[in-house]
Write a protein that binds this ligand. Structure first.
Ligand SMILES: Cc1cc2nc3c(=O)[nH]c(=O)nc-3n(C[C@H](O)[C@H](O)[C@H](O)COP(=O)(O)O)c2cc1C
Length: 324
C-alpha cells in the first residue's frame, strides 16, 4: 500500500514523499532571462511547504527558444551562479530540485527572430538542419551547467506543443525527411537531444522526460505512440518519465484542463497507469490532482510512483499541508 507521505526512490533520487511540484513558469521568475529574487522566494515557500521535489519552470536552453522575458535562460553567464543559489535554498529543507529544460519552438517570442518548428506553420518557419544541431548542443550545454549548479537532475520538456513535442506530433510535423512521417522519425530529434545530454553529463546524473500521453487533438500523438517512445527512452537509460498531455491548440487540448469535481481529477492518470505497465522506469502522473484520496487511489492502482501538481501550489505553496 503506497501512501503520499512516505519516502520514495525514483531511479537514484531519494525523495521524502511522493509529491512533486510540476514544472511551473510564473511571471517574474526571471528578469530578462536571469533568475530573479522572486523565483528564489517561490522556491523557498514551496520547499517550506513540504514538497519532496520541485521541477523548475521551463528554462530556455537558448535565446531563440524563449517564451518571454520571465523565462530563465540557461545560455546567460549568470545562470550557474543563480541556479546554485536556488538549489541551496531548496536543499536546506530536504527538498530535491530538477531543472526543466525547454525550447519553445513555434511558441517562442523573440523580438529578433521568427519562431521555428518542424515546418513552416502558423507564423513560424521550418527549422534548418544547422539550427537543429545548435538546439541539441544547447540542451547538452544547459544540462552541463545545471549539473555544475548542483541540481539533482534535469528534465527534458517534450510535452505541451513546444519544439520537441512539435516534432513528436503529426499535428505540427509533416516533414518528409528522417525527422518526419513515421513515429520512429518523429522521435528522432528527442532521442538525439537526450543522447547528446547524456554524453555530456554522464550516466549517473538523472535525466527525466516530460511527455504527452495524448496531444488531445487529431492528428496528434496517441497513447500507443507515447508508450513506444517511453520504452525507447527506457532502453536509453532515461531515469523517469512524467506523463502529461495536450498541445494547446484549442480549449480542449490544454495541459491544464479545468477540474470542477473529484470525477475530473487526474485526467491523464489512466494513460500514466498504462504507460507504467509497459516500462520499468519510474512514472510520475500529472494533471488535475486535488484530493489525497484520488492521488493515493492512482498510486495504488498500478506502477505510478509519484504525483505531480501545479495549480494548487501556485495558490498555496503549503497545499500539501492541507492534505495531511
Ligand atoms: C501558470 C502555469 C505555468 C506552467 N508552466 C509549466 C512549465 O513551465 N513547464 C511544464 O512542463 N508545465 C507547465 N505547466 C503545466 C503544469 O506543469 C501541469 O502539467 C498542468 O498545470 C496540470 O497540472 P495541475 O492540474 O496540477 O495544474 C504550467 C501550468 C500553469 C497553470
Amino acid at each position: 500500500m503506497k501512501t503520499l507521505f512516505e519516502t520514495v526512490t525514483l531511479g537514484n533520487l531519494k525523495l521524502k514523499n511522493r509529491f512533486v511540484r510540476s514544472g511551473t513558469l510564473l511571471i517574474g521568475d526571471a528578469d530578462n532571462g536571469i533568475i530573479s529574487s522572486r523565483l528564489h522566494h517561490t522556491h523557498q515557500a514551496l520547499a517550506e511547504g513540504g514538497v519532496g521535489l520541485i521541477i523548475t519552470g521551463m528554462i530556455s536552453v537558448m535565446e531563440q527558444g524563449s517564451a518571454n522575458f520571465s523565462m530563465v535562460r540557461a545560455d546567460l553567464p549568470e545562470f550557474i551562479f543563480e541556479l546554485s543559489k536556488t538549489t541551496d535554498i531548496v536543499h536546506r529543507y530536504g527538498c530535491k530540485i530538477i531543472a526543466q529544460l525547454c525550447h519553445c519552438g513555434l511558441k517562442s517570442h523573440s523580438i529578433h527572430q521568427i519562431p521555428y518548428g518542424p515546418n513552416a506553420i502558423h507564423d513560424g518557419r521550418g527549422i534548418l538542419r544547422e539550427e537543429m544541431r545548435l538546439v541539441r548542443k544547447s540542451f547538452a550545454n544547459a544540462a552541463r551547467k545545471c549539473k555544475a549548479a548542483g541540481v539533482d537532475g534535469v528534465q527534458i520538456h517534450s510535452a505541451h506543443g513546444y519544439l520537441i513535442s512539435e516534432f513528436l506530433s503529426p499535428y505540427f510535423n509533416y516533414r518528409k525527411d528522417e525527422y518526419g512521417g513515421s513515429l520512429q522519425n518523429r522521435s528522432r530529434f528527442l532521442l538525439e537531444i537526450y543522447e547528446e545530454m547524456r554524453n555530456c553529463v554522464g550516466d549517473d546524473f538523472p535525466i527525466w522526460v516530460k511527455i504527452n500521453s495524448t496531444d488531445l487533438t487529431t492528428p496528434g500523438l496517441t497513447l500507443e505512440e507515447s508508450i513506444w517512445i517511453c520504452q525507447e527512452l527506457e532502453h536509453r537509460k532515461v531515469d523517469a518519465v512524467e506523463i502529461s498531455g495536450g498541445i494547446s491548440v484549442s480549449p480542449e487540448s490544454q495541459a491544464a484542463l479545468p477540474v470542477h469535481s473529484v470525477f475530473e481529477e487526474g485526467y491523464f492518470s489512466d494513460n500514466a497507469l498504462q504507460i507504467a505497465n509497459c516500462v520499468r522506469i519510474p512514472v510520475i502522473s500529472v494533471g488535475g490532482y486535488r484530493t489525497r484520496s484520488v492521488m493515493e487511489r492512482v498510486l495504488n492502482a498500478g506502477n505510478v510512483e509519484a504525483i505531480s501538481i501545479c495549480r494548487p501550489l501556485i495558490r498555496n505553496p503549503s497545499f500539501l499541508k492541507t492534505l495531511l
